[in-house]
Ligand binder design. Structure first.
Ligand code: 13P
Ligand code: SF4
Length: 324
């Protein structure tokens, strides 16, 4: 006779690679409560790769990059989607799934990139270059998305630009992602000066000396400055970095991105030693198990977008999804 697996023991075995046992044991009742609330409301929880393992691995139904989160939410039969991430991610889910209830566990969680540009600024840029297609990074508000032709994420920015088959594009708001796209595609990019407050903290000279001392494989997010990207063996979205490591399994790796990424990958790749010159995103870290349970208990942290705005912002997101 096969023994029924003990859910606490299973959780403990998986999380103990990255967390002390006492922390997991203390969190277990809350994790169980979240599971019961999800069943009660028919809800699915989607988490970004920057969420801590207690949220991503123990409470979420899906963890991935911002493109994959939206794709999961769209395909999910759940009528309620709880986003463990930041506002632009929850807004994107709401735009794609207008008939679902969408909750953001930490409803105040913003993003320095999304806050760096307004709809008025996009209109002004477009007036200066009326024939140039405009691309908004998904890290923007719905109001900004409503002003552009197509959206992209870091996972599909190169595909989106190549799909347009034009010599010049406007790409907003991240100057470093825009530089990455220009270098990789040869397309002239008119950029905005936005930066991610987390990725701009990495310094090329530090990375060079860490690598010389450790021989680690270096992976960077395209939101890192150009000189930092130049030090990396691989540049890609959070999902692309995870896929690279799961396939290659280098003995040592250094992720130039948010700290939680390494913990999430270490759950499945215990043989990789992660060196951690990582930085925390305060917006992502606003999500906790307590905030997730509260959102599911009260169903109050809902995302609403005015229908006229939603209609204009949805089209560029749908075009991005069509590119894949
Ligand atoms: P990804 O699209 O790579 O998940 O990145 C989102 C983000 O906010 C990175 O800082
Ligand atoms: Fe925004 Fe940077 Fe945080 Fe990503 S890491 S959510 S780009 S502030």
């Amino acid at each position: 006779m096969n023994a029924v697996p003990d859910p606490h023991a299973t959780l403990l075995a998986r999380l103990s690679r990255v967390l002390p046992e006492a922390e997991i044991t203390l969190a277990a009742p809350l994790i169980e409560r979240i599971g019961a609330l999800k069943r009660e409301h028919g809800a699915a929880v989607v988490a970004h790769n920057y969420q801590v393992p207690l949220v991503s691995a123990a409470a979420a139904d899906f963890t991935g990059d911002s493109l994959a989160m939206a794709q999961f939410a769209l395909a999910s039969p759940a009528r309620t989607i709880v986003v463990c991430g930041v506002r632009f991610m929850a807004e994107t889910v709401k735009l794609l799934c207008p008939d679902k209830r969408v909750l953001l566990a930490a409803s105040e969680a913003g993003c320095s990139l999304a806050e760096s540009i307004s709809a008025e600024a996009v209109r002004a840029i477009r007036e200066c270059c009326p024939d140039v297609p405009a691309i908004a990074y998904v890290n923007t508000s719905a109001a900004v998305k409503a002003e552009v032709d197509i959206c992209c994420t870091s996972a599909n920015a190169l595909r989106v630009v190549r799909s347009l088959a034009v010599p010049r594009v406007i790409m907003l708001p991240d100057q470093h992602l825009a530089g990455f796209v220009a270098r990789e595609t040869g397309v002239e990019v008119i950029a905005w000066g936005g930066q991610c407050e987390v990725h701009t903290r990495f310094k090329a000279a530090d990375i060079r000396s860490y690598r010389a001392a450790t021989g680690a494989t270096v992976l960077a997010h395209p939101e890192c400055p150009e000189e930092v990207q130049a030090e990396a063996d691989f540049v890609g979205s959070t999902g692309a970095m995870a896929a690279f490591l799961r396939e290659r399994r280098p003995p040592r790796a250094m992720l130039l991105t948010e700290c939680a990424m390494a913990d999430n990958i270490a759950l499945d790749c215990p043989q990789i030693t992660f060196l951690r010159p990582c930085n925390l995103c305060r917006h992502m870290k606003a999500t906790t198990l307590e905030r997730l349970a509260h959102a599911l208990e009260t169903l109050t942290e809902t995302i609403e977008i005015a229908p006229a705005l939603a209609e204009r912002a949805r089209a560029p997101i749908a075009r991005r999804l069509a590119v894949g």
